[in-house]
Design a protein around this ligand. Structure first.
Ligand code: HAM
Length: 425
């Protein structure tokens, strides 16, 4: 029986993985000057953590979690997102004691039992960041700016930062009631999902993807018209700070997000083309009460998570130029003596960090040179019986065919001079 990978889950093979390395390295490089430090979180946690933080009535908790009982009888869930774990860890390790803004980032797989389609997987990867311990609108703007800087650094300019404010515990409950009253008038027109959940989570109706529901949603009251003065001022301050940082954005009053923990600023970054309906590359926002809900001190927070598969699918081809490493040197070894001395040389070359390939099957000179060509090696280092006798090796530039001889004893230094010359375009 041939065993295949599970539906909605995929291998990331060499050839593709280089893209991931590039994205991950860019994230580390861009986040570090902002003071973000990496945190590695467990892949599975107590089910309770996600139910309480993401919300009992969200799609994630209602239908998408990979939950099981382990052999000790504990209810376990494969993490569907990272924010809940960061909050758990923050409280558990008393990070608030550090008495400053705690800035953390994470990278890794998340799991959601969704219907697989382009841009939607059951195991997918996120790069997320969370700034914990400040309610300042400058933090919102700075973290969103950091994210857009990452996208720009990777060559992605064709995206839109959409922001909204979801209000606070002051203004959201009365708005919720207002929204429920307005929805009630359309109950017989809405999809079955929305008619079921509007009582418990009416904001989700605003975000339904069914065409008819979207039309109805456009006519429903908007949270932006019902924010309290403090939230209105806060949202204006976030926009002013974004403008001050030269970060373009649009306000999208329909944006509600699929997780319950958000307060005030929420946002998504959407690709303007290429991803179809799964066009949110990144989502995030403020969650000012979550740490307290897990028995930590009052700790306003702001964060985001990027979907790595979606980001990679949106990036232009030009981002991936030169990401696959080709050999610097193909060692062409001919004869027993060359095999012996050749391997000592290869060790020395690799110790310099150079990528050295070779043939392991005792192929002819011609066939080894063909391999060197096929692998697009920059140079071939030829060592045969003759070269062993004279202790003069041959280095051939595979681009222009030029050959030079090297003294065996100094070949590392001599090769360095040739490798240091930049490759012609
Ligand atoms: P989220 O919007 O659920 O937010 O997920 C963030 C991103 O993960 C999405 O914009 C999308 O790119 C990607 N994503 C989500 N589900 C899938 C899937 N099934 N397949 C592929 N990609 C997917 C969160 O997870 C929050 N924890 C973000 C956050 C951090 N808010 C505050 N801090």
């Amino acid at each position: 029986m041939k065993i295949q990978s599970i539906r909605g889950v995929k291998d990331i093979l060499p050839g593709e993985i280089e893209k991931w390395h590039k994205v991950e390295a860019a994230a580390r490089r861009v986040f570090s000057p902002y003071g973000f430090k990496e945190i590695r979180l467990p892949i599975f946690e107590s089910t309770h953590l996600f139910k309480r933080s993401i919300g009992e009535t969200t799609d994630i908790v209602e239908k998408e979690m990979y939950t099981f009982t382990d052999r000790g009888g504990e209810e376990i869930t494969l993490r569907p997102e990272g924010t809940a774990s960061v909050v758990r860890s923050y409280v558990q390790h008393k990070m608030h004691g550090q008495n400053q803004l705690v800035k953390l980032y994470y990278m890794g797989p998340m799991f959601r039992y969704e219907r697989p389609q382009a841009g939607r997987f059951r195991q997918f990867y996120q790069i997320g960041a969370e700034a914990m311990g400040s309610a300042s609108p400058t933090v919102d703007a700075e973290v969103m700016t950091m994210l857009i800087t990452l996208f720009n650094e990777l060559g992605l300019n064709n995206v839109e930062l959409q922001i909204n404010s979801l209000g606070c515990p002051e203004c959201r409950p009365p708005y919720r009631e207002l929204l429920k009253d307005a929805i009630r008038k359309h109950l017989d027109e809405l999809c079955s999902n929305c008619t079921q959940r509007y009582e418990r989570n009416p904001l989700r109706v605003l975000d339904c993807k069914v065409d008819r529901d979207r039309e109805i949603a456009l006519g429903l009251p908007r949270i932006s018209d019902h924010l309290c003065q403090a939230c209105r001022d806060n949202f204006a301050a976030v926009q002013a700070a974004l403008a001050g940082m030269n970060t373009p954005f649009t306000v999208n009053n329909q944006l509600v997000r699929g997780l319950d923990y958000y307060t005030r600023t929420t946002f998504e970054v959407v690709g303007k083309e290429g991803l179809g309906s799964q066009n949110a590359i990144c989502g995030g926002g403020r969650y000012d009460s979550l740490v307290e809900e897990f028995e930590g001190p009052p700790t306003p927070c702001f964060g985001f998570a990027v979907g790595v598969e979606r980001l990679i699918a949106t990036l232009p081809e030009s981002t991936w130029q030169d990401i696959v490493r080709r050999p610097d040197i193909f060692a062409v070894l001919l004869g027993d003596a060359a095999q012996q001395q050749g391997h000592t040389v290869i060790q020395k070359l690799r110790a310099q960090g150079w990528y050295v390939e070779l043939d392991y099957e005792g192929a002819s000179m011609k066939s080894q040179m063909r391999k060197a060509n096929r692998e697009e090696s920059r140079f071939a280092l030829i060592i045969g019986d003759n070269e062993i006798q004279t202790q003069q090796f041959v280095l051939k530039n595979m681009g222009n065919g030029e050959q030079v001889t090297l003294d065996a004893g100094q070949c590392v230094e001599q090769i360095r001079k040739h490798l240091d010359v930049p490759k012609p375009e």
